[in-house]
Structures are given as C-alpha cells and as structure tokens.
Design a protein around this ligand. Structure first.
Ligand SMILES: [Zn+2]
Length: 276
C-alpha cells in the first residue's frame, strides 16, 4: 500500500486531544498541513466538514474516513488519529468512532486515492486489527499494523494467483471488498500505463495477475468501461455518483454502504461504484 509514502509520522496521532467531531478534523488537518501548505488549513477544513455534513464518512465498527479533493497538493496525504474515548461521528451503526483516517488528494490522483482507501478499508476490516491500531500507543506501532495487513494481503494474493484460485480464494482468506479492491488497483495501473514509459512490462505482469483474480462478469464490464474511456470506478458521495453526478436510488445507495464487499454499478453511467 506504500503507506509510509503518504502518511507523514507527524500526522499520526495515537492519542487525539480533541473530542468533538469538528475539533478532531481540525487537529488532523493541522497535523497534516504544515510549512508552505499551512495556508490550505482553513479551506481544507471547510471542505472536509462540508463533506461530513452531506453524509457521515463513518463506516461503522468505530472507523471513519473523512476526505477531501484538494487543489494545490502534489500527492495524496493521510493523517491517522486514535481516540480512546470515542467520537460521535453520526455513524450508520451509531457506534462511537475510535479510528479516524483523514485523506486529502489532488484531483489528478483519483486512482491513487481509491487504491489507498481500498487498502485502508481492507486493513481495518478485521476487528482484531482495528483493535491493534487502537492499542498501538505510538506512531510506529500504528504504521506497523497497516504494513502487516498489506503484507498479508500481498501473500494471499500471490498464493491465489499461483493457484489460479480467483477472487473466491481471497474472500475465503477474509479479505474484504476484494473485487472493489482489485478494481481500484486495475485503475491505478491503467493510470500508470498512460503516464510513464518506464516499467511497463512489470505493470503489465501485475495487471495480468490481478485480472486472473477478478470474476469474468466484472472483468467484461470493466473492459467495456475502459473502451468507453475515462474512469471505470468512481466514488459515491452523499448518495450521488461522482462519475455522472446523478443521484442513486436511495435503496441502492443504502445497500452499497452497508454491504461494502458487493460490486454495484451506476444505473445511469454504468460505472462501478465505490461507496465512501
Ligand atoms: Zn453514474
């Protein structure tokens, strides 16, 4: 997941000072944006808070993923905060939030963001891992939980590729949202192929591996979307498809938020939807 590349040590808060939702968001934004980027703090906080007012980014199980698309950043940056007491984030399951992962990314890094968030969701899906983050006590401990999760998934994936076992094998290994996670990776590699001349053979090999794990039906639809051009996987924010900006039927919007490992498509633009 290349977590350390995106998470500066100073932006990991093993013990959040703030207790209210907006104060916590401010604490994390301030920790993340320093130096030249300090001037972005106020507008970014406004953006993050307004995103929250649209619909809580709490996933349930004590985890929230606030985020904003920010012009003026070079790359995705992420802050992680832990609250022992818990924060009222207006989560769907009404549970207090103990782990807050704040992500800010420039518009040009949409696929990096999707891939990153899919990795975070997958890492925290197991309750014992979320507990390990809560109990870690320091920044190095928190990072190592995420790194361990990434490592484990990598090995499960390699094994599945070797056995040509497909997505079912990964799901049996308890890797949540597998197909969405794999689609996010395919999108990232598609962007990388468009961008750089170097390392194309290696990317092609990885793409072939991932494709061997995705179900045929999903892959066929993915290829159709790629031929059409533009993003094939888009987020849903506040019930609105970010690919075509059409509001999803509320039943579908609720369903994909609850069942984060099912792959759904927008009825209007047909793109795959990532509920965030
Ligand atoms: Zn759409």
């Amino acid at each position: 997941m290349e977590l350390t590349k995106h998470v500066p040590k100073r932006a990991i808060r093993p013990t959040l000072v703030a207790t209210g939702k907006v104060d916590v968001l401010r604490e994390l934004v301030d920790a993340l944006l320093t130096g030249e980027e300090e001037e972005l703090r106020v507008p970014v906080l406004e953006q993050v808070v307004s995103r929250e007012s649209l619909e809580s980014t709490a996933l349930g199980h004590g985890i929230a993923l606030p985020h904003a698309r920010v012009r003026g950043l070079d790359d995705l940056v992420c802050a992680i905060g832990v609250s022992k007491k818990g924060i009222d984030f207006r989560a769907v399951d009404q549970a207090k939030v103990h782990i807050v992962v704040l992500m800010l990314y420039p518009p040009s890094k949409q696929s990096v963001y999707l891939n990153f968030v899919a990795g975070v969701v997958r890492a925290l899906h197991r309750p014992e891992r979320a507990k390990a983050v809560r109990d870690a006590g320091d920044a190095a401990g928190i990072l190592s939980v995420f790194e361990e999760a990434a490592h484990e998934t990598h090995h499960a994936e390699r094994a599945a590729v070797g056995e040509k076992a497909g997505v079912e094998k990964l799901e049996a290994d308890g890797i949540a949202g597998t197909e969405l996670f794999l689609l996010a990776r395919l999108e990232l590699y598609r962007d990388m192929m468009d961008g750089s001349a170097r390392g194309k053979a290696e990317i092609e090999r990885r793409v072939a591996d991932i494709r061997s794990l995705v179900s045929k039906r999903v892959l066929a639809h993915y290829d159709r979307l790629c031929r059409r051009g533009g993003a094939a996987l888009v987020t849903v924010e506040g019930g609105i498809c970010q690919g075509c900006l059409v509001k999803l039927p509320s039943q579908l919007a609720q369903k994909i938020r609850k069942e984060t490992d099912t792959v759904a498509t927008c009825g209007h633009c047909n793109r795959f939807l990532y509920p965030l």
